[in-house]
Design a protein around this ligand. Structure first.
Ligand code: MF3
Ligand code: CO
Ligand code: CO
Length: 248
């Protein structure tokens, strides 16, 4: 069941999404080599709670932290730990915020210090995948056009598109219908309607699309070949004319 949100509900989502955006900007200003991923999570927790909101991932299905901090070969759901962030790493930080019963969700991949041209290009193309996906997106667009655009851009750059995880609807819950894959056939899937809110989140691998889903900690997803992966996510509102990116 895909919910269509009314103006009042959308106003609340704008607020939770604004906090997501600000938190990620705050992380971007402070993240640096030498920090542990747990220290990044502490920044996230402090910023979100000081904004009068709640980090939704804390306790979600037993998840132990306020953010997912995924370094290099970690695709998503990296549990903040004592892992030290090194010069040259790419670090994706994914956060979900609840304010007044409504959710916002976004992720950025940060470049730490001197990053190789190869990794920089991966991060750039991953961001481009998101913007290709929203080009022309509006009420009436078939859902899988999103994945088609992401997949076409990623694969034409020689990258692997993660299949095992997808974007999703969002609203009162962090994860709602529909599932929003990063691959697909143009012209297929349900037609989106104005008032739907979805998270579009390309997860793009430098090498194979294959990932390890069953890590000992129950969460951390890594690339099967150990090559780096990047993640970029925004919460998006579908309108008659186009989209409103709520977390930008
Ligand atoms: N923010 C993630 C997403 O984009 C989900 C977080 S999983 C959690 O869907 F366990 F950390 F909550
Ligand atoms: Co997210
Ligand atoms: Co998401």
């Amino acid at each position: 069941m895909i919910y269509v949100k009314n103006q009042e509900q959308i106003a609340k989502m704008r607020e939770s999404c604004r906090i997501v955006k600000e938190t990620l900007e705050f992380v971007g200003k402070n993240i640096k080599a030498g920090m542990t991923t747990k220290e990044v999570d502490e920044l996230v927790y402090k910023y979100i709670t000081a904004s009068g909101a709640t980090p939704s991932s804390l306790g979600y299905c037993g998840y132990p932290a306020s953010s997912c901090v995924s370094v290099n070969e970690v695709v998503v759901h990296g549990i903040p730990s004592d892992r030290i962030i090194l010069d040259g790493d790419i670090v994706s930080v994914d956060i979900t915020v609840e304010k007044d019963g409504w959710q916002g969700d976004a992720a950025r991949t940060f470049l730490i210090g001197n990053v190789s041209e190869e990794k920089k290009r991966l991060v750039k193309v991953t961001e481009e995948c998101f913007f290709k996906a929203i080009e022309g997106l509006k009420a009436g667009t078939p859902l899988y056009d999103i994945g088609y655009q992401v997949q076409t851009h990623a694969e034409s750059n020689g990258y692997g598109v993660v299949r095992a995880l997808t974007g999703h609807g969002i609203g009162r819950e962090m994860h709602e219908d529909p599932s929003v894959p990063n691959y697909g056939r143009k012209g297929t899937g349900v037609r989106l309607r104005a008032g739907m809110t979805i998270c579009i989140e390309p997860m793009i691998n430098m090498g194979t699309f294959k990932v390890n889903m069953h890590s000992p900690d129950g969460w951390t997803v890594t690339t099967a070949d150990g090559l780096p992966s990047a993640h970029y996510e925004n919460t998006v509102l579908i309108t008659e004319e186009g989209v409103e990116i709520l977390t930008l």
